[in-house]
Design a protein around this ligand. Structure first.
Ligand SMILES: Cc1ncc(COP(=O)(O)O)c(C=O)c1O
Length: 340
């Protein structure tokens, strides 16, 4: 391990670490490793960042989508069992989406049935050592975002030698920001009303999923020193949203006490598009991520993910307390003005 990898291993209290070009690259290398072991049936919760699915497809794996729960929007245990009864699962991607921790029952289940656990900690920064591999992201919007981005793979159990070798074979990151801007431009130009919307989105996503070799990144040393402070601040800001945003249309997630959130994410049961539009007009950062992956990449019905697709709202946690309070009161005022 180089100095940065040693620092990452120490920060996340794990034995082995590999610094990668991005979180997506970390996922891709992990899927290549699984493929080499003949474990290519990968279960992914549908409501996640599509780069996870793209990395699995590009590594030549078969993707199985699973529904999410309505409690905290992570992988739904019951849906997982239903799938397991019908088909083989080699690996579960345990995505702590929005920083919400997945149900520990899934980990016990995977252990019992010898299913590989690939943990995706891109949106939180706590690694569960029971997982086989865990991936990190230091990229755009993440806790430790920095100009050079980057990602990581950590493990307490496995040697990362194969992944290191594969990492070296990847190309260097070139014109990445330009490619990223191109992608964003094309993404926002897609016609959402076209019957081919999901097909076009799938093609665009696959075309713009890149993997590259890691380079030195001195910025992360500095960011890692701030990790505790950043996590504490996010937890504090979450409490502010929770205490102010109370309305009959707002359904909060049920979160574990140790949750280190990425956004303040909740369900808005009515008028979501109108509220999002008004928030944006008032320059308040918000999003409705994520589009369920099964809609983009396969043709199934996963009812919770589809419901959440119409209800999820994300508000930013890395802003001042004052701004959070102002934004909350603005949103409550909007909701109260709806009169329904
Ligand atoms: C849950 C999750 N996993 C993986 C990634 C990919 O990370 P990166 O942006 O560093 O490639 C993202 C990116 O947004 C993500 O949200």
């Amino acid at each position: 391990m180089n100095a940065l990898e040693k620092k990452i291993a120490l920060s996340f209290k794990v034995k082995n670490a590999l610094f990668t070009g991005s979180g997506t690259t970390a996922l891709y290398l992990s899927f290549l490793y699984l493929k080499r072991l003949g474990k290519n049936k990968i279960l992914i919760p549908s409501m996640v960042c599509p780069q996870i699915t793209c990395a699995a497809i590009k590594a030549g794996c078969e993707v199985i989508f699973c529904d999410v729960n309505l409690k905290n929007y992570t992988l739904d245990f019951k849906s997982l069992i239903e799938i397991y009864k019908k088909q083989k699962i080699d690996c579960i991607v345990l995505v702590h989406i929005y920083g919400h921790f997945c149900d520990e029952k899934i980990i016990d289940f995977a252990k019992k049935h010898s299913i590989f656990l690939l943990e995706d900690c891109a949106q939180t920064y706590k690694v569960n050592k029971k997982c086989d591999l865990s991936i990190l992201s230091f990229g755009h919007t993440k806790f430790l975002e920095n100009r050079q981005w980057g990602g990581g793979i950590v493990s307490n159990k496995l040697s990362l030698n194969f992944l290191k070798k594969e990492n070296k074979k990847l190309p260097l990151k070139e014109n990445f920001l330009q490619k990223y801007d191109e992608y964003r431009h094309k993404y926002y130009s897609l016609d959402k009303n076209s019957p081919k919307y999901y097909e076009n989105l799938k093609n665009l996503l696959l075309e713009h999923t890149f993997f590259f070799k890691s380079k030195e990144n001195p910025l992360i040393f500095k960011r890692l020193k701030e990790l505790d402070k950043i996590c504490k601040n996010r937890k504090k800001n979450l409490k502010i949203y929770e205490s102010i945003l109370k309305h009959k249309f707002i359904k909060k997630p049920i979160l574990s006490k140790d949750c280190i959130p990425w956004r303040y994410t909740f369900r808005l049961l009515n008028n979501r598009e109108f509220i999002l539009e008004e928030l944006r007009k008032a320059n308040i950062d918000c999003s409705s991520w994520y589009i369920p992956n099964h809609l983009i990449f396969s043709r199934q019905n996963l009812k919770n993910a589809e419901l959440l697709n119409k209800e999820i709202v994300n508000l930013w946690l890395n802003i001042s307390t004052k701004k959070i309070r102002q934004n909350c009161f603005f949103m409550l005022q909007l909701l109260n003005s709806l009169n329904c």
